[in-house]
Design a protein around this ligand. Structure first.
Ligand code: GLU
Length: 553
C-alpha cells in the first residue's frame, strides 16, 4: 500500500465507496443534443433578492428553451446561518413568477429527482468519497494549522502579491505519513487542502456564456476542500455537485468569477468535464448621476415580496425581467405583441456584462402595457386576489357588487387602444375612487377656460339633459348643444381662430362636467363613467357642484 492510500484510509476510515460508484449512480442525463441543465443553488439564509430572481429566471429560461432541466439545490453547509422557513418562502416567491423546478428541492426538507440528495447537508458521504480519492492520488492533504498559525501567515504575507496557503507557506503540504498519523493520534483537528499543481506563470482560459473570453492566472493556492467538521467548502461542493447532478451551465453571481481558476482546477483534478459558466453581473440602480448595486438595505424593490405587495402582476415582472435581461427583447416584443414570453429566443450572450439597470419608471411602463392588454375579468380577479391580502377596503368595495366593479375596470379596456393608467393593483383604489360614494372626494378645481360662472351655466343645462338611455353619440351631441347657449363653441378650431369671441369651447364644457362628476380633470371615458354612476348619483353630484360654484362666485 502506498503512503497516499494509507493516508486516505487513515483520514476517511468509514468511506467505503469510490467515485465510480457515484458516477454510475448518477449517469449522464438522457437529453437531446443542446439541452441545458441549469440550477438555482440558494443558501437558506433569507429572503429572495430581486437579483436572485433575475438570475434564476435566466437559468430557468435557458433550460426550458432547450428542453433541458432546471433544478434547485440547497447550499446549507453552513448550518449556523440557516434561517427557518427561508427555503419554502424562496420557492413560493419563485413559483409566483413561474419558476418551478423540474427536480431538486421542492419544499422544506422535500425533494424529488434521481440526482439527489439536493440538500448539501445530506451529501457528506459523497464529498468525502471524492476527497478520499484525491488523497489517494496525492492531490489533497490534511492541514493541522490552527487559526493562530494562519493569522501568523497572513501577517507574513502582508507585502506579497499572492496571499494564501501555498508554496513555502504551505506548512503541512509535505508532512510525512508518520507526522500526520501522530497529529491525528494526538487528536489534532485538520482540514483537507487541495495540493494545487497550478503554476503562477501560466494562465487559464475560459469562455463565459455572458462575459465572453476570459484569461486569468492559474490557481496556486492550496484551498480548503473540507473543513474540520468534514463539511465541504463552497468550492469543493460546487465541483462535486454540479458534476454529479450533470449541470451543463452554471448561472451565478459574478462575485464568483475570481474563483473560476480554482474551480477549473478542481474539475481537472477530480477528472470532471468542466461546466460552462455564465456569470451574471449584479442588478444596478442609478443614483446621483452614478450607478450602484441594488441594495437589500436601501431599496425596498430589492426584495421580491415588494412586487406582490405593491400588486405588480407576475406577467409584468416577468416581462420587465426579460426587458432588462436581453437587449433585443423589446424589439422582439414589438414584432410579436401577443406572443407568449416563453417564445422569446433568450440568449445569455445578449445579457449586460456590467449589470442590468433597474428602473422603476420602466417597470411602470412595462406593467401599464401588460395590464392594458388584460381583459376585464382578469383585471378584476387578479386585483381582487391582491386586495384580499393587501387592501381589505378595496376588497370590500368589490364585494358590494362584483359586476359593477368589473364594469368599472372595463372602462376603456377590451378595445384596440386601451388606456394605460394602471401599473399595479395598488393604483386601483385611487384610480376608481370616484366610482364609489364611499371613496369619492370632490374637488372643484377647474382648468382651461372654465370658470365658476361658466360652470354653473353648463351644469344647470346639462342636468336637464341627463338621460342614461342615450348612446355615446347622443350624449356627446347634448354636450355640444350646451355650448352655444353658454357662449362657447362646439368647434375647438373655431375657438382657436377667434378666442375672444367665446367663453370657451366644447372641451371646457366637458371638463366642467367631468370635474363635477369625478373631482378630476383627467379620467377615462366620461360617457362610460356617467352610465355606471347612474342617474341619481349623477344628478346629486351635479347639484353639489352647482352649489359649490355659486358660493365661489
Ligand atoms: N450558494 C451560492 C450563493 O448563494 C450559490 C452560487 C452558485 O450558484 O454556485 O452564492
Amino acid at each position: 500500500m502506498t503512503d497516499n492510500v494509507k493516508l486516505a484510509n487513515l483520514l476517511f476510515p468509514d468511506i467505503d465507496k469510490t467515485p465510480d460508484y457515484y458516477e454510475e449512480l448518477f449517469p449522464q442525463r438522457d437529453l437531446k443534443e443542446g439541452a441545458r441543465v441549469t440550477r438555482f443553488a440558494p443558501s437558506p439564509t433569507g429572503f429572495l433578492h430581486f437579483g436572485n430572481l433575475f438570475t434564476c429566471i435566466v437559468a430557468y429560461t435557458t433550460a426550458k428553451s432547450t428542453n433541458g432541466v432546471f433544478y434547485v439545490r440547497v447550499e446549507d453547509t453552513d448550518q449556523k446561518r440557516k434561517v427557518d422557513g427561508a427555503i419554502s418562502s424562496m420557492l413560493k416567491s419563485l413559483s409566483v413568477y413561474g419558476v418551478v423546478a423540474d427536480e431538486g428541492v421542492i419544499g422544506e426538507n422535500e425533494e424529488k429527482g434521481a440526482y439527489g440528495p439536493y440538500y448539501q447537508s445530506k451529501r457528506k458521504e459523497i464529498y468525502q468519497t471524492y476527497a478520499k480519492s484525491l488523497v489517494e492520488q496525492g492531490l489533497a492533504y490534511p492541514c493541522f494549522c490552527s487559526a493562530e498559525d494562519l493569522e501568523e501567515l497572513r501577517a507574513k504575507q502582508e507585502n506579497e502579491d499572492i496571499k494564501g496557503y501555498y508554496g513555502k507557506y504551505a506548512k503541512c503540504r509535505d508532512l510525512s505519513y508518520e507526522e500526520i498519523e501522530k497529529n491525528i493520534n494526538d487528536g489534532k483537528s485538520w482540514t483537507l487542502r487541495l495540493k494545487s499543481m497550478g503554476d503562477i506563470n501560466k494562465k487559464c482560459y475560459f469562455d463565459d456564456a455572458i462575459k465572453g473570453k476570459i484569461e486569468m492566472p492559474e490557481n496556486v493556492i492550496d484551498v480548503v476542500l473540507l473543513k474540520t467538521d468534514g463539511i465541504p467548502t463552497y468550492h469543493f461542493a460546487h465541483a462535486v455537485d454540479d458534476h454529479l447532478m450533470r449541470t451543463t451551465h452554471v448561472f451565478r453571481g459574478d462575485e464568483w468569477i475570481a474563483s473560476v481558476p480554482l474551480h477549473l482546477q478542481l474539475f481537472k483534478v477530480l477528472g470532471f468535464k468542466p461546466v460552462k459558466y455564465a456569470h451574471v453581473a449584479p442588478i444596478m440602480k442609478e443614483e446621483n448621476g452614478g450607478k450602484r448595486k441594488l441594495s437589500k438595505r436601501k431599496d425596498p424593490e430589492a426584495a421580491v415580496t415588494f412586487y406582490a405587495q405593491e400588486g405588480y402582476p407576475k406577467e409584468s415582472v416577468n416581462e420587465y425581467i426579460m426587458t432588462i435581461a436581453n437587449s433585443n427583447f423589446e424589439d422582439w416584443r414589438r414584432a410579436n405583441k401577443d406572443a407568449d414570453i416563453d417564445k422569446f429566443p433568450f440568449s445569455p450572450k445578449k445579457m449586460s456584462v456590467s449589470g442590468a439597470l433597474f428602473d422603476i419608471a420602466k417597470l411602470t411602463d412595462v406593467s401599464k402595457n401588460v395590464i392594458s392588454t388584460m381583459d376585464k375579468n382578469k383585471v378584476f380577479s387578479l386585483s381582487y386576489e391582491w386586495a384580499k391580502e393587501f387592501n381589505p377596503q378595496l376588497a370590500s368595495l368589490y364585494e358590494k357588487d362584483k359586476d359593477y366593479a368589473t364594469a368599472v375596470l372595463n372602462i376603456d379596456r377590451e378595445n384596440k387602444k386601451p388606456r394605460k393608467d394602471i401599473a399595479k393593483w395598488s393604483d386601483i383604489p385611487d384610480y376608481i375612487s370616484y366610482m364609489y360614494n364611499e371613496t369619492f372626494v370632490p374637488c372643484y378645481d377647474l382648468t382651461g377656460n372654465a370658470t365658476p360662472e361658466l360652470a354653473v351655466k353648463v351644469l344647470e343645462l346639462y342636468k336637464d339633459k341627463v338621460d342614461l338611455n342615450d348612446d355615446k353619440d347622443a350624449w356627446f351631441n347634448k354636450i355640444k348643444e350646451i355650448c352655444e347657449p353658454v357662449g362657447c363653441t362646439p368647434n375647438v378650431k373655431e375657438f382657436k381662430q377667434n378666442p375672444d369671441a367665446f367663453k370657451g369651447h366644447v372641451g371646457d364644457v366637458s371638463t366642467i362636467i367631468r370635474v363635477a362628476l369625478t373631482g378630476r380633470v383627467n379620467t377615462p371615458d366620461l360617457f362610460s363613467i356617467t352610465a355606471l354612476l347612474g342617474r341619481d348619483e349623477v344628478i346629486s353630484r351635479i347639484d353639489k357642484a352647482i352649489t359649490h360654484y355659486k358660493e365661489e362666485i
